[in-house]
Design a binder for this molecule. Structure first.
Ligand SMILES: Nc1ncnc2c1ncn2[C@@H]1O[C@H](COP(=O)(O)OP(=O)(O)OP(=O)(O)O)[C@@H](O)[C@H]1O
Ligand SMILES: [Mg+2]
Length: 220
């Protein structure tokens, strides 16, 4: 279970409260649509849930986030990643290695997953997303949609309990949207919690809960 308790946030004292005393509970299997126009704070909320705010980007944050009754502010980012993993809105910010295979191996290697299990995890995710042909490609040579699938794959190899997907469908063809939608449903059926941020109605069809971002800030 993931609990957000009385979260309030502003980037600095001269900017408005983007999130105003917001509380929310997510249970195993929940798919939560995080909806709102550009600038309403979807990315900000996801960054708060995985502690990138305040551990990397600063701001005035109050309230607490508990994952399975553990206060995540007490954990380091490497400790949080296997619990709560973020798919960034812009995949170029999340690709660091020359090849897809190296990219996908990095996180489980850091978690000391045995080498033979890493190979199994990589092959499994590439098979499920139907992108086995990308395994030995250079990451810089990938299309935008392929980069999204690879960054999604890289967090799936961590097998986190909570997925934070920031606009996973933006800029993708219907074929890739279907692939990612099916993967979200599979992960939900496996008891994972999945937040999906976006502007469009397609995420509502997937979700059983919705957070309307515009309603969380002080203009309302
Ligand atoms: N580091 C920062 N410092 C100050 N303000 C910021 C910072 N990052 C974002 N903001 C502001 O916070 C607001 C919310 O931004 P955020 O990126 O969370 O919105 P979003 O809903 O994800 O938008 P989009 O749909 O365009 O991705 C915007 O007004 C933005 O300018
Ligand atoms: Mg955003």
């Amino acid at each position: 279970m993931l609990e957000l308790n009385n979260i309030s946030f502003r980037y600095n004292s001269s900017t408005p409260l983007l999130i105003n005393n917001f509380s929310f509970k997510a249970e195993k299997g929940d798919i939560i649509a995080v909806r709102g126009d550009s600038g309403t704070g979807k990315t900000t909320l996801l960054n708060i849930i995985c502690s990138v705010i305040p551990k990397v980007f600063t701001g005035d944050l109050t309230g607490s986030i508990l994952h399975d009754n553990v206060d995540i502010s007490k954990l380091s980012l490497p400790e949080i990643a296997p619990r709560i993993s973020l798919l960034m809105q812009h995949p170029d910010n999340q690709l660091f290695f020359p090849t897809v295979e190296q990219e996908l191996a990095f996180a489980p290697e850091n978690l000391k997953v045995p080498a033979k299990d890493i190979i199994i995890r990589i092959d499994d995710v590439l098979f499920r997303l139907n992108i086995e042909n990308l395994k030995y490609k250079e990451t810089t040579s990938l299309s935008f949609g392929q980069k999204k699938l690879i960054t999604l794959s890289s967090i799936i190899t961590l097998s986190p309990n909570v997925y934070l997907l920031d606009e996973p469908f933006a800029g993708l063809s219907q074929e890739y949207i279907n692939l990612i939608s099916n993967e979200i449903k599979t992960q939900s059926n496996n008891g994972k919690i999945i937040f999906v941020a976006g502007h469009t109605d397609d995420i509502l069809q997937l979700a059983n809960k919705t957070i309307e971002m515009g309603m969380l800030n002080e203009k309302h």
